[in-house]
Design a protein. Structure first.
Length: 195
């Protein structure tokens, strides 16, 4: 089969993270590689639904095998918020600083700071759909620490570590993250596909 896959994301950090995981077995094309400038609406109320919308958009419009992920942060004391709304928690734009400020404000004075990052990845190969997921548990720190990564990384400390995702190298984050777990499952699946 064609060893090319479109990764339906506009997030360059995610693209880089995922190329590091899957890039050896498949050529991962970005939306700009296929000249797609569409702003694909993420209107579902589940991660799986949104991941499928993004992957289907590419498969249906361009006829290319594709995958997408939808990810987010789920905070126990906030009943799972911001969840599917993680990118637009504070404002309509993807304003990571405002999102973190809102999160720290919402948790102010709360004892329980447990949280998890979750990814659901949807893959479409020759019209067939497959779903893979990944979760990493941790907690929300009281202050930002670190400059790497993106999104909520400066305030997310994975369980068993004494540093945030933003204090880890890409390699370290990629060895344990929610996205890495889901993408490793996807990669295993791809490796086992018939030639
Ligand atoms: P695409 O939809 O174009 O792929 P996005 O940035 O909107 O990119 P998601 O919808 O999957 O990505 O993720 C929603 C938000 O969840 C994202 O903007 C971050 O705020 C947060 N998030 C997801 N994965 C993260 C990670 O590994 N580290 C920190 N924050 C993350």
């Amino acid at each position: 089969m064609d060893k090319k896959l479109v990764f339906a994301t506009n997030n360059l950090h995610k693209l880089e993270e995922v190329r590091n995981i899957i890039g050896n077995s498949f050529e991962i094309l970005s939306l700009s590689d296929i000249n797609c400038n569409d702003d694909i609406p993420e209107t579902a109320d589940t991660f799986e639904g949104n991941a499928l919308i993004k992957a289907r958009h590419i498969y249906n419009k361009y006829g290319m095998n594709s995958f997408a992920d939808d990810s987010g942060l789920e905070v126990d004391a906030l009943d799972g918020a911001p969840g599917v709304h993680s990118a637009r928690y504070a404002t309509e734009g993807h304003d990571h600083e405002a999102n973190i400020n809102k999160l720290l404000g919402a948790l102010n004075g709360k004892e329980n700071r447990d949280a998890q990052f979750r990814t659901v990845a949807a893959l479409i190969i020759d019209g067939k759909e497959y779903i893979f997921d990944g979760i990493i548990k941790g907690s929300i720190t009281k202050e930002r620490a670190g400059k790497n990564g993106f999104g909520y990384d400066p305030v997310f400390m994975p369980k068993g570590y004494d540093k945030t995702f933003a204090q880890m190298t890409d390699k370290e984050k990629n060895s344990i993250s929610h996205r890495a777990i889901a993408m490793n499952k996807l990669n295993e699946f791809l490796k086992n596909l018939p030639e």
